[in-house]
Design a protein around this ligand. Structure first.
Ligand code: 5RP
Length: 221
C-alpha cells in the first residue's frame, strides 16, 4: 500500500464539480493530480492552477484544464503535500523547492488540504531542515546571516550545481533544531534582506489527510 497515494486519493474526494483547484508539488501531490485527472476524464469539471512547472506538466498530461491567474481571483481548494506537520497544522514545506508558489497559491485558496503519509506527522517541527528561499544576489551574505541565527544553512544543490527554483532563486536548507516558536522564527526570517520566503506554513492548512501503514486514513482538522 502506497501511503501517499492513499492520502492523496482520499483528499481528492473533497473536490466538487465546478471548483477552482490549486495543485501542489511533490511525490504525494503527484497522486492527487493523477486521481484528479481520472475524475476529469469521468466528467468532473474543474479549473486548476499549478504550484510548479513539474505539476503544471503533469496536470496537462492528465487532461486537467489549467487557468491563467488573471482569469480567476482565487481558488476553492488546494491539495498539497508537506515535509512535516504537527497536530496544530503548522507545516514545513519546500522539500521539493516549490514553497514560494505553494504559499502564494495556498494563501489565495479558501481551503488548503495537506496530504501526507504518517511519517510526516511530528510532535514539534524541526527534524526536517527548513527550506528558506533566498535571492542569488549576495547569497553568501544572506547565508552568513542565517548562520548567525543558528540555522546551520546548506545551499541546496542538484547534480553538483546550485539548485535554482522555478522563480530563479536559491534554497538554503536550515537546521534550527526543534522549532519551539514557529511564528517568531517565521517573522525573523522574513525580516532578513535576501530572504524571499520560508517553508513554515502557519495558519494556512484547514485539514490534513494522513495515510497510515495499516491501510487507514485519518483526518486532522
Ligand atoms: C514541495 C513541497 C512538498 O509538498 C513536500 O516537499 C512533500 O513532498 P513529498 O510529497 O514528495 O514528500 O513542499 O515544495
Amino acid at each position: 500500500m502506497n501511503l501517499k497515494q492513499l492520502a492523496a486519493e482520499k483528499a481528492v474526494e473533497y473536490v466538487k464539480d465546478g471548483m477552482r483547484i490549486g495543485l501542489g508539488t511533490g511525490s504525494t501531490a503527484y497522486w492527487a493530480i493523477k486521481k484528479l485527472g481520472e475524475r476529469v476524464k469521468e466528467g468532473l469539471s474543474v479549473q486548476a492552477v499549478a504550484t510548479s512547472k513539474a505539476s503544471e506538466k503533469l496536470a496537462l498530461e492528465q487532461g486537467i484544464p489549467l487557468i491563467p491567474f488573471d482569469r480567476i481571483d482565487g481558488l476553492d481548494l488546494t491539495i498539497d503535500g508537506a515535509d512535516e506537520l504537527d497536530r496544530g497544522l503548522h507545516l514545513i514545506k519546500g522539500g521539493g523547492g516549490a514553497l514560494l508558489r505553494e504559499k502564494i497559491v495556498a494563501y489565495h485558496s479558501k481551503e488548503l488540504i495537506i496530504i501526507a503519509d504518517e511519517s510526516k506527522l511530528v510532535d514539534k517541527l524541526g527534524s526536517f531542515p527548513l527550506p528558506v528561499e533566498i535571492v542569488p544576489f549576495a547569497n553568501e551574505w544572506t547565508m552568513a546571516s542565517l548562520q548567525e541565527m543558528g540555522a546551520k544553512p546548506m545551499l541546496r544543490t542538484e547534480d553538483e550545481h546550485i539548485y535554482v527554483t522555478d522563480n530563479g532563486n536559491y534554497i538554503a536548507d536550515c537546521r534550527f533544531g526543534v522549532i519551539e516558536n514557529p511564528k517568531e522564527l517565521h517573522q525573523t526570517l522574513l525580516a532578513l534582506p535576501g530572504v524571499v520566503d520560508n517553508g513554515l506554513f502557519l495558519g494556512l492548512a484547514a485539514r490534513a489527510v494522513i495515510g497510515h501503514s495499516d491501510g487507514t486514513v485519518t483526518v486532522i482538522e
